[in-house]
Design a protein around this ligand. Structure first.
Ligand code: URA
Length: 228
């Protein structure tokens, strides 16, 4: 039987599929709400669907998606362990950047997804997701690979996999940042297990899958708390 969160997510996704709030709906084949379970502990947010995503109705299934899948697997995660979505749910024509008004029109959907899923960690892919989820943040070159705490949420900005596709040094940086993500996930899972064991606190969902090895998640050089 679906959980309340599953049902709530399904309702949001029905609204996304029928949305006509901005001009992007005029040229889409279909909207791309996102894939994954409401119980996912890790959320991945990219920019917007590309041509393949528009055709298949799933996020990150083209060339950038292959990179994302490989990066997740490099730290012992499967795509199914995550909820993957985008800032805008319909393809910007010709893969242009989404316009501010389009991002704004779509913002209620991403907010609702985050609120329903309440992930331990949100991986913020590229500058558009960074501007949307962490407005006022320094640029991606300054914050990539770091933990950013805002309110009760933990974000890790990363270079966008598409940007790394044809840039070997960016790819290496992205791979190194993913190793840090593994450490952050392990620390977040441990924190949640501690909270679950405490009688007065509420626990939610299974722990993040464990890693074979993890870099030091608590290294202060990799933590930012810019917004509190
Ligand atoms: N595919 C997506 O779904 N999102 C991106 O940002 C890039 C490719």
């Amino acid at each position: 039987m679906p959980s309340i969160a599953d049902s709530a997510l399904a309702v949001v996704h029905e609204h996304i599929l029928a949305c006509t709030a901005c001009p992007l709906h005029l040229r889409r084949i279909q909207a791309v709400p996102g894939t994954g379970e409401a119980s996912a502990r890790i959320m991945v947010v990219g920019e917007g669907p590309g041509e393949t995503e528009d055709r298949l109705g799933k996020p990150f299934v083209g060339a950038a998606g292959n990179v994302l899948t490989r990066l997740l697997e490099s730290i012992g995660l499967r795509r199914e362990d995550t909820f993957i979505t985008n800032v805008v749910k319909c393809r910007p024509p010709g893969n242009r950047d989404p316009e501010p008004a389009e991002v704004e029109a779509c913002s209620q959907f991403l907010d609702a997804q985050v609120e329903i899923i309440r992930p331990d960690v949100i991986l913020v892919l590229g500058r558009h997701a960074l501007a949307r989820l962490l407005p006022g943040s320094p640029g991606i070159t300054q914050v990539h690979g770091r933990q950013v705490v805002r309110g009760d949420r933990l974000y890790v900005p990363l270079y966008h996999p598409a940007a790394a596709l044809y840039n070997g040094s960016l790819m290496r940086t992205l791979e190194e940042d993913m190793l840090r993500v593994r450490g952050y996930l392990d620390a977040a899972g441990e924190e949640r297990r501690r909270a679950a064991a405490a009688p007065s606190e509420e626990a939610r969902g299974p722990a993040v899958p464990a890693a074979a090895s993890a870099p030091a998640a608590t290294d202060p050089r990799h933590q930012l708390s810019l917004f509190d």
